[in-house]
Design a protein around this ligand. Structure first.
Ligand code: ADP
Ligand code: ADP
Ligand code: ZN
Length: 217
């Protein structure tokens, strides 16, 4: 199963990605998590990416595409994968198609988690993340069992610097300008599926499972 998750920042991509990847036993590839990991380790890539991320801007296509292609070449992606946060531009989507085509493969679906703008600010201002394992929580909708600690790995959960309200507005604008066109890109290719992301976390997941089927792909 090869899936791309689409949706605005705060739609619930990361949250659903964890459940989907558990259910279908495929690796979860989140470009945001990979960048944050590089940033915390202060690698050259992290230092470069941080400049854009802190401003709410996108990291360059070239750097991002290279990173994802390298990841997709690893052994565990042979059975499939779920891409979360990539592609984010039409250039990235075309690069992904080409990369897969060269290997005689293609995506099964591009799954859009559809959430209107009105929900986004509250979701993002209450988001807390675990920098160790990437788990995502919400102070109101999905709090960790012990305040401030990750349920999965016990590390501290914190607010992302780019989840401040000012940066969120810029990110939404960038989503509108650069990422939203991907919805039509996949629609034209008859690869788009849409799930209503305004429901409770478990209900969204149930609908996603209905769309993806039994996982025998
Ligand atoms: P969210 O889950 O809120 O949508 P992510 O964790 O996916 O955010 O991404 C955080 C930041 O990392 C983005 O705002 C952007 O700066 C950078 N980033 C992540 N994925 C990409 C990508 N595919 N192309 C360019 N920049 C990216
Ligand atoms: P994305 O990866 O798309 O940016 P996240 O999965 O990090 O989004 O979710 C954004 C915030 O919204 C997190 O705080 C998360 O706990 C919360 N959240 C995710 N899905 C839902 C939902 N269906 N209802 C309410 N809150 C949600
Ligand atoms: Zn954790």
């Amino acid at each position: 199963m090869k899936i791309v998750l689409l949706g605005p920042p705060g739609a619930g991509k990361g949250t659903q990605a964890k459940s989907i990847c558990n259910r279908f036993s495929i690796p979860h590839i989140s470009t945001g998590d990979i960048f944050r990991n590089h940033i915390s380790k202060r690698t050259p890539l992290g230092i470069e990416a941080k400049k854009s991320i802190d401003r709410g801007e996108l990291v360059s296509d070239e750097l991002t595409i290279n990173l994802v292609e390298e990841r997709l070449m690893q052994e565990d992606c042979k059975i499939g994968f779920l891409l979360d946060g990539f592609p984010r531009t039409v250039i990235q989507a075309k690069a992904l198609d080409e990369f897969l085509e060269n290997k005689g493969e293609k995506l099964d679906t591009a799954l859009l988690i559809d959430v209107p703008k009105d929900f986004i600010i509250e979701r993002m201002s209450g988001r807390r993340v675990c920098l160790s394992c990437g788990a995502s929580y919400h102070i109101k909708f999905n709090p960790p069992n012990y305040e401030g600690k990750c349920d999965v790995c016990g590390s501290d959960v914190t607010q992302r610097k780019d989840d401040k309200e000012e940066t969120v507005k810029d990110r939404l604008q960038i989503y509108h300008d650069q990422t939203q066109p991907l919805i039509n890109y996949y629609k034209v290719k008859e690869m788009l599926s849409i799930v209503d992301g305004t429901q409770a976390i478990n209900d969204v997941f149930k609908n996603i499972c209905d769309i993806l089927g039994s996982g025998n792909k």
